[in-house]
Design a protein around this ligand. Structure first.
Ligand code: AMP
Length: 266
């Protein structure tokens, strides 16, 4: 791949954990539009799961993924083995993630971003992409990757893609495969709660809305892990006043399935 890059060809890279859906494919389509060569990786990275059961239950759909990517026109599908990704000699870069490591995903999934940095750095190193594509559904992950690129002065441009949803507003996710039809319906509550934030934010403070949304979840089928209203640049929590780039971030469990979503408030 490095040879191709040296010869001047543009390479777009879409890292995934597979069980691909239209959300992933929107990243792939964007990459195909912007680059001469698109590489999609499918690797369920054990190092970014802090719960073994979550890792073990992660859906694997290699045949379906291959077919979807072929039909989309993707040129390279990269499915590495764990031993290739993490040879004994592999050293992960040390980064200072600051507040990103102590709020939301950083707080509730200790070690998760270390695993993300480890694997994405390794892939960038091996594939040397011109551009890499990430979904805004994992908003904090994008901030971590951007921080890595800046701190290490990596020559890759990070492109972000809006969250794709089904007709009911539920964010597409590989984990949705673990929900039964009733739960799929119940899960739409998450998007409804985000729409409610957007509506209430016209007249109410972040603090008030956080209390209101938290109590809505207490009366729902979902178990809230966190609901935060933060500034999307600084990740500082918002209390009395809004900032123009405020974002509402939520993680909730339906049964054992962990669902993540967010929306810009304005
Ligand atoms: P994953 O396979 O869950 O690690 O996701 C791979 C990439 O696809 C990440 O950059 C995700 O943010 C992105 N992604 C996942 N779901 C969606 C979605 N519904 N819409 C857009 N991007 C998504």
């Amino acid at each position: 791949m490095n040879e191709k890059r040296k010869s001047g060809i543009s390479v777009g890279f879409v890292p995934t954990m597979g069980a691909l859906h239209e959300g992933h494919l929107s990243l792939v389509h964007k990459s195909l539009e912007e680059n001469e060569l698109t590489i999609v990786s499918v690797f369920v990275n054990p190092n970014q799961f802090n719960k073994l059961s979550d890792f073990e239950k992660y859906p694997i759909k290699t045949e379906e993924d291959t077919e979807l990517l072929k039909n989309a026109g993707c040129q390279v599908l990269f499915i590495p083995e764990k031993e290739e990704v993490y040879p004994d000699s592999y050293k992960s870069p040390q980064l200072d993630l600051g507040i990103l490591n102590s709020v939301m995903e950083g707080k509730f999934r200790p070690g998760h971003f270390d695993g993300v940095v480890q694997v994405v750095y390794r892939f960038f190193d091996v594939l040397n992409p011109t551009r890499a594509y990430f979904g805004l559904k994992d908003f904090q992950q994008v901030a971590v990757i951007q921080k890595m690129v800046t701190q290490l002065s990596l020559a890759v441009k990070i492109i972000t893609i809006p969250t794709l949803r089904n007709n009911d507003g539920l964010a597409l996710s590989s984990r949705n495969l673990r929900l039964d039809p009733t739960q799929l319906q119940e899960a739409t509550f998450i998007y409804q709660s985000l729409l409610e934030v957007k509506k209430l934010a016209k007249t109410q403070s972040p603090k008030k809305i956080k209390d209101k949304i938290t109590s809505l979840y207490a009366n729902s089928k979902l178990k809230l892990e966190y609901f935060e209203l933060i500034d999307s640049d600084s990740f500082d929590p918002l209390e009395e006043n809004w900032t123009q780039n405020a974002i509402a971030c939520v993680v909730a469990y339906l049964g054992e399935v962990r669902l993540i979503d967010n929306t810009f408030v304005f």
